[in-house]
Design a protein around this ligand. Structure first.
Ligand code: 6PG
Length: 245
C-alpha cells in the first residue's frame, strides 16, 4: 500500500508513514537498489546499526542489484571484533553482504576491535568520500542516532568526521560519524518503527531545534531547506503520536 506522505512540524520534515515495519524495510531497500545504476560512478551507501535496518538489508539482498556498483560504509560501530554478536558489521554481513555476495572490496568497515579507537577513527575518516550518496540512520528511544547520544560533545564537532565515544547504550565504547558527515550526505533515510519510538519522533519532528538533546534532528537539519535531504520512513506505530495534517 502507498505510504501516507506529509511534511511535519516547524522544519517541514518529509515523512512517509507505512503500515508495517516490513513496508518500511521494502521502501528503504528499493531506495538503495535505485542507486546502483549501470552507468556513472559507484554509489556510496552508509549503513546504520541496531536492529531496525536488518530487515531492510535482508530485503535488499533479494533484489536484482549489481552490488559491484555500491560502496558500503558504516555510520557507527561498537568496540567489538567483527565477528562479535554486537558488531554492526556482523549484522550487515549476515543480512546483506553474504547472501548478496557483496565483495569485500566494496565494504569499508570501522575497526571497532582496535584497542586504539582514536586511530581507528582517524583511519576511517581518511577513507570516507567527500559526501555519501545515501546515509541510513536508525533512532533510539532517547533520540540518539548513529552513536551520537543526547548531551554528547561529539554533537558539537565541526571538523572531525569520525570519533570514538562512550555512550549509555551497551556496549558503551563506540565509533561514530559526526554531524558534518550527516550534513553533507546527499540523501538521509531515517528508519524508525514500533511504538517505542513514537515519543522521540514527536520531539525530533515537532519539538524545537535542539540536536544536543535530540540528535536525530541532525538528519534533517535546522530548517526546511536543509530538511530537503532527509526522508523519515516510519511505520504506523512509530508515527502514532505525530500531528499529521
Ligand atoms: C547502534 C546504532 C544506533 C541504532 C539505534 C536504533 O549501533 O546502536 O547505529 O543508532 O540505530 O539505537 O536501534 P534499534 O534499531 O535497535 O532500535
Amino acid at each position: 500500500m502507498a505510504p501516507r506522505i506529509a511534511t511535519i512540524g516547524p522544519r517541514k520534515v518529509h515523512v512517509e508513514i507505512y503500515e508495517t515495519a516490513a513496508d518500511v524495510a521494502d521502501a528503504a531497500a528499493a531506495t538503495i537498489a535505485d542507486l546502483a545504476k549501470p552507468s556513472g560512478e559507484r554509489a556510496s551507501v552508509m549503513l546504520a546499526g541496531g536492529t531496525t535496518p536488518k530487515i531492510a538489508y535482508e530485503r535488499l539482498a533479494k533484489l536484482p542489484v549489481d552490488f559491484a556498483r555500491i560502496d558500503f560504509y558504516f555510520g557507527d560501530e561498537r568496540a567489538v571484533p567483527p565477528d562479535h554478536a554486537d558488531s554492526n558489521y556482523r549484522m550487515a554481513r549476515s543480512a546483506l553482504f553474504d547472501p548478496a555476495h557483496v565483495g569485500n572490496a566494496r565494504v569499508r568497515r570501522m575497526a571497532g576491535e582496535l584497542a586504539d579507537l582514536e586511530s581507528a577513527a582517524r583511519d576511517y575518516e581518511a577513507l570516507l568520500p567527500k559526501r555519501v550518496d545515501l546515509l541510513l540512520l536508525g533512532m533510539g528511544e532517547d533520540g540518539h542516532t548513529a552513536s551520537l547520544f543526547p548531551g554528547s560533545s561529539a554533537i558539537g564537532e565541526t571538523s572531525r568526521l569520525v570519533l570514538p565515544v562512550i555512550g549509555p547504550k551497551p556496549p558503551p565504547k563506540r565509533l561514530t560519524i559526526t554531524p558534518p558527515v550527516i550534513e553533507r550526505a546527499a540523501l538521509v533515510l531515517v528508519l524508525a518503527t514500533g511504538a517505542s519510538k513514537a515519543d522521540a519522533l514527536t520531539r525530533a519532528l515537532q519539538g524545537p531545534w535542539d540536536p544536543s538533546a535530540v540528535p536525530i534532528q541532525l538528519a534533517s537539519g535546522p530548517d526546511a531547506e536543509s530538511g530537503a535531504r532527509a526522508r523519515f520512513l516510519l511505520d504506523r506505530d512509530a508515527a502514532a503520536k505525530l500531528v499529521v495534517n
